[in-house]
Write a protein that binds this ligand. Structure first.
Ligand code: PLP
Length: 400
């Protein structure tokens, strides 16, 4: 291990208290290093990380091929401007289109930015088709699409919106998986339906085939775009390369971020057929979007996810993980696809469990008082599942 000048965890936390805006409810741990599914704090304690940067570290911490690609590219060219051509961005766009069936890509830096691009794209598409009245976007309650103003507007959760009104006009919300409500909400004014294939942030709720097929049919009927927010579900998470492949329903526009850069920030909005040619010079931009360094990281990450067998691994180890979780005491439901998993408890113990697990060297996440969410690296093994479930069982079986 490399030696590193480390400040203590307490010193770092004190600096945060003084200098960093408190936008996050943080766990009391200072992480300084990671390798695969493991992470280490400033005092050298080891943690099994089943949050993985909230579904970002799909290949675990510091995946060797991504590290190598970043090191190499950093010494060649890190950033130009999108006013010039760079090879990596073109290669990444080709790779993503080949694995997704989409036609073209726009690159940005995050999930919220990718969704902004998607929402601007569908609004412009309606206008250029001669239908300026088509300006409504239908999204789901309990969805999550990011934290910019348009993204929190699309996010059907009042708790994220209430302090930031007025929101962006033109949004309608329906209960997820409610086909009748969707049919009632969509009409000639609709320019897009935007859905997560599996609702992640609100506790891992998979969409139903019938609901997604209904969304597709309604979009076709009214000439609206079907946008899938695959920021969390994309690139192997659900045990398929993309969430939409779970339903046999192909979106017109899809967004990616989280796992895309293997830990390096990058987002993408992909679109197919006519939707891919809506934007013209001047319509949209991101200074850092798709720069050579981010694209090198993403090419390495996506290639490894595709060729390393990690999508299949997510499917297989995810099934095993769900089976093991179902045996824990007090569990009322286990949900999810692949390595995107939630477990509900009868009692409101999730937050206490997260704290106790951290003490026991296990990083897990609660989406509510009763629900734990697991979005571990796709490289997780059955042995590590046993270690995690054993640790949680140990906590549940002790007095707390
Ligand atoms: C995390 C997430 C986002 C937001 O991504 P950021 O990179 O934080 O902007 C958007 N949509 C979904 C489905 C997400 O899980």
């Amino acid at each position: 291990m490399k030696t590193q000048q480390l400040v203590s965890s307490a010193e770092t936390i004190a600096l945060y208290d003084q200098y960093v805006m408190m936008t996050y409810g943080k766990q009391p741990v200072v992480l300084v290093r990671g390798e695969g599914c493991l992470a280490y704090d400033a005092e050298g304690k080891e943690y099994l990380d089943l949050v993985a940067g909230i579904a970002v570290n799909g290949l675990g911490h510091c995946p060797p091929k991504v590290v190598e690609a970043i090191r190499k590219q950093a010494g060649i060219l890190m950033h130009t401007s999108n006013l010039y051509y760079v090879p990596g961005q073109a290669q990444l766009a080709k790779l993503l289109c080949e694995i997704s069936g989409m036609s073209k890509a726009f690159f940005c830096n995050s999930g919220a930015e990718a969704n902004e691009a998607a929402m601007k794209l569908v609004k412009k598409a309606a206008k250029v088709s001669g239908h300026p009245e088509k300006c409504e976007i239908v999204t789901a309650l309990k969805s999550f699409h990011g934290r910019t103003l348009a993204a929190i507007t699309a996010t059907g959760q009042p708790k994220y919106q209430k302090s930031f009104t007025p929101l962006v006009p033109g949004y309608k919300y329906i209960p997820y998986n409610d086909m009748e409500a969707l049919k009632d909400a969509v009409d000639e004014q609709t320019c897009a339906i935007m859905m997560e294939p599996v609702q992640g942030e609100s506790g891992v709720h998979p969409g139903t085939v019938e609901f997604m097929q209904t969304a597709r049919e309604l979009c076709d009927k009214y000439g609206a775009a079907l946008i899938f927010d695959e920021v969390q579900t994309g690139l192997g998470r659900t045990g398929k390369m993309f969430g939409f492949q779970q339903f046999g329903v192909v979106p017109d526009v899809m967004t990616l971020a989280k796992t895309l850069g293997g830990g390096f920030p990058i987002g993408a909005c992909l679109a197919r057929d006519n939707w891919a040619d809506v934007f013209e010079p001047g319509d949209h931009a991101a200074t850092f979007g798709g720069n050579p360094l981010a694209c090198a990281a993403a090419i390495a990450a996506v290639t490894e996810i595709r060729d390393g067998g990690w999508v299949e691994n997510a499917d297989k180890v995810g099934a095993y993980f769900r089976e093991r979780l179902a045996d824990l005491p007090g569990v009322t439901q286990v949900r999810g696809l692949g390595l995107m998993i939630a477990v509900d408890f009868a009692q409101p113990i999730a937050k206490t469990l997260v704290a106790k697990a951290l003490e026991a060297g296990l990083i897990i996440n609660a989406t509510s008082d009763n629900t734990l969410r697991f979005v571990p690296p796709l490289i997780l093994t059955k042995e590590l599942v046993d270690r995690a479930v054993g640790a949680i069982a140990g906590i549940l079986n002790s007095e707390f």
